[in-house]
Ligand binder design. Structure first.
Ligand code: ATR
Length: 282
């Protein structure tokens, strides 16, 4: 690659994003020259921003909150995984067309299976939250054939709707999956024990806030995984460890792995993620 590849990450807030550093690390591995912008964009300014970026020679853009759903409307082609998630976290130009894709589920599975050595097959999995973050990861989790998947959300109706929507889109025939949705109540949460508990709520963006989960939830859990990442352990991670989870993780590995998959879509190059996984960027 002789020419500088024009890339970007957009969303609001965007100041905290580590995407420029992550992609610079990937580019350095191949001596590829990139220019990576970080722009504050809202749903109102999304269309104009995308038009100008791609007119100006842009190749690919990472899409973060609150644009993941809206951005789907601006692509010519939508991948299966983005369609299942009803959201995208990457848009890129290929053969003069704009493609939307969702690499979040890929990133999570890669982090769980390869980095943390946690297999999902035949496991009991609880997902807390039923927003865009949950949508992005559930199809990839179902693909791994867990025994049981439960979605628990503060607003129960949203969890039920999400389950209904996914059942309409994913072929569950031939899978021995028990799929349930309910409220964030002790009654629903404590009728099972779980191998893996995933926090997809936005609670960890509010420092010091707790979901107030029952202590018994984490007894026997092999892993409690927070999709959020921060320098310090989140309250969810601290509480799940104190309540008996064997291991906890934040979402740094998922972020790096989804970035690597996005980088592959933009460049056809598969970066090595090991250095970034070992040494998070400050
Ligand atoms: P995202 O796209 O990050 O998932 P979202 O669509 O706004 O963001 O969803 C946020 C999720 O976090 C929702 O599941 C929300 O629950 P509600 O549907 O009941 O709003 C959940 N959430 C946020 N704050 C929460 C809190 N204090 N307690 C429990 N759940 C919370």
């Amino acid at each position: 690659m002789d020419k500088k590849l024009k890339l970007a990450v957009i969303g609001k807030p965007i100041g905290h994003s580590k995407s420029p550093e992550i992609h610079q690390d990937f580019a350095n591995q191949f001596d590829a020259k990139i220019e990576f912008r970080k722009d504050k964009v809202t749903p109102d300014t999304l269309e104009t921003w995308l038009d100008e970026f791609f007119k100006d020679g842009g190749k690919g853009v990472s899409i973060t909150l609150p644009l993941k759903e809206a951005a789907l409307n601006h692509a010519d082609e939508i991948s299966d995984r983005a369609r299942l998630a009803s959201a995208c976290n990457v848009i890129y130009l290929k053969d003069e067309k704009l493609f939307a894709d969702c690499t979040d589920g890929f990133g999570l599975i890669k982090d769980l299976e390869e980095n943390l050595k946690v297999s999902l097959k035949d496991k009991k999995i609880l997902i807390l939250g039923a927003g865009g973050a949950a949508r992005g990861i559930i199809p990839s989790i179902i693909e791994k054939n867990p025994e049981k998947l439960k979605i628990a959300n503060r607003t129960e109706s949203k969890a039920l709707l999400l389950k209904e929507d996914l059942e309409g889109k994913i072929d569950l025939k031939g899978k021995s999956l028990t799929f349930q949705a309910g409220g964030l109540t002790d009654d629903f949460l404590l009728t099972d024990s779980y191998d893996l508990v995933i926090n997809s709520t936005s609670i960890s963006t509010q420092a010091g806030e707790s979901l107030g989960l029952p202590k018994a939830l984490f007894k026997g859990a092999k892993l409690a995984y927070d999709l959020f990442y921060a320098a310090e352990k989140t309250v969810f991670m601290q509480e799940s460890l104190a309540d008996g989870a064997e291991k906890v993780s934040d979402g740094w590995g998922m972020l790096v792995e989804q970035g690597a998959e996005s980088f592959r879509l933009w460049t056809n190059l598969i970066p090595d993620t090991s250095r970034l996984l070992e040494k998070p960027i400050d």
